[in-house]
Design a protein around this ligand. Structure first.
Ligand SMILES: *Cc1c(COP(=O)(O)O)cnc(C)c1O
Ligand code: SF4
Length: 348
């Protein structure tokens, strides 16, 4: 395309073949409605059968949810596909394993108002919604009591008031669930309200939607980020380099080329990214997209996730190899959430 009159939207689409046209405002809601919810259908569409792979019987509490875009990045015919393993509920989830509990992080202690967690100095986290566009089987939030959290904007006032009263807080993290599950209109209202709190300087978005539902990265949302007086930081969540292709790569580039500091956090997961080759490739791919690897999390010991655990000893060995093979800026911090600790504790 040779034209002196190209719009910003067009210039930011680095891989135009991956995306027919820039995302239309509410397309993502249709994509979400069309997500795959039936494990048998998912397997059938990959040319696999449920026989031989034992599926979870209690999946209904945290049912399977897989957007079409994420599905499109899976390898047909491969039951070990690293994207499939993140989302397909296997029977291993049903096993009770000692040490894996319901509130592994003891978050209830840090709830300062409905929907507000204040655990670390200078920053506090708003649980904007319990909803996500994908149900990651290893998720530490699968047992979180979201039903007790605020629903309407007015219900957030106690959290906003608590933020207003604590001048030590300079950064608010929007989390969940996934904050981008809210409509842009709702997000504008939340951001405008936070902007009124004078001591706030930064707004950090923790979201997996750029990875699993890339058409959620709307121009309206990017405008909101770049027009706010609060400095935006976006932390996405990809665990494997194969997540970072096609429409996902294009969405991430819209974000980084809009000038937003973008970081990635991953969880160290058995059978998914527990080799140095995969972790090196993940970091390389992120850097190519302009994203800085931030954290590699040790799995939180939450009921139903034991089969994903990689021992910290193996994790440390992997980190040695990452340091040997990558530039310093491409090495994430390997951390563990320790209840009561004042920060995410490095496992080095
Ligand atoms: C992880 C987390 C943060 C952010 O920690 P950083 O080290 O700044 O990334 C803040 N609040 C809560 C409750 C968290 O769990
Ligand atoms: S997107 Fe994040 S919060 Fe939602 S299920 Fe996955 S890991 Fe959990």
């Amino acid at each position: 395309m040779v034209s002196g009159n190209v719009s910003l939207a067009e210039r930011l689409l680095i891989e135009p073949s991956d995306v027919a046209s820039p995302p239309v405002r509410d397309d993502w809601r249709r994509s979400l409605a069309d997500a795959i919810r039936d494990p048998d259908e998912l397997l059938a569409r990959l040319g696999l059968t449920a026989t031989g792979c034992r599926l979870s019987a209690v999946g209904r509490k945290f049912p399977m949810l897989v957007p079409e875009s994420f599905f499109n990045r899976m390898q047909p015919g491969d039951i070990h596909d690293p994207l499939l393993r993140q989302v397909l509920p296997f029977a291993d989830e049903d096993e009770a394993v000692p040490g894996f509990t319901l509130d592994a992080l003891e978050e209830a202690t840090f709830r300062k108002a409905p929907g507000l967690l204040h655990k670390y100095a200078g920053r506090a986290l708003l649980v904007l919604t319990g909803a996500c566009a994908v149900h990651c089987r290893y998720c530490f939030r699968r047992h979180y009591p979201y039903s007790q959290e605020p629903k309407r904007l007015d219900d957030w006032e106690p959290a906003f008031a608590a933020l207003e009263q604590d001048e030590s807080i300079h950064e608010v993290l929007l989390s969940g669930g996934d904050p981008l599950m809210l409509t842009d209109e709702r997000l504008v209202a939340v951001v405008r309200r936070l902007e009124q709190i004078k001591h706030l300087r930064r707004l950090r978005w923790h979201t997996r939607l750029p990875i699993v539902l890339p058409n959620r990265i709307t121009w309206e949302w990017l405008d909101l980020l770049t027009s706010s007086r609060l400095t935006p930081i976006v932390v996405v969540h990809a665990n494997h380099p194969r997540e970072l292709i096609g429409d996902c790569a294009a969405a991430l580039q819209r974000l980084t080329q809009a000038g937003v500091l973008t970081l990635n956090q991953a969880v160290l997961l058995r059978g998914i990214n527990d080799t140095a080759d995969v972790l090196v490739e993940l970091s390389e791919r992120l850097i190519e997209l302009g994203i800085r690897p931030y954290y590699l999390h040790q799995l939180d010991r939450v009921a139903g996730t034991a089969h994903f655990e990689v021992s910290a000893d193996v994790g440390r060995q992997l980190m040695v190899e990452l340091r040997e093979r990558l530039p310093g800026y491409a090495v994430p911090q390997y951390v563990q959430e320790v209840p009561g600790a004042a920060f995410k504790v490095p496992l080095t």
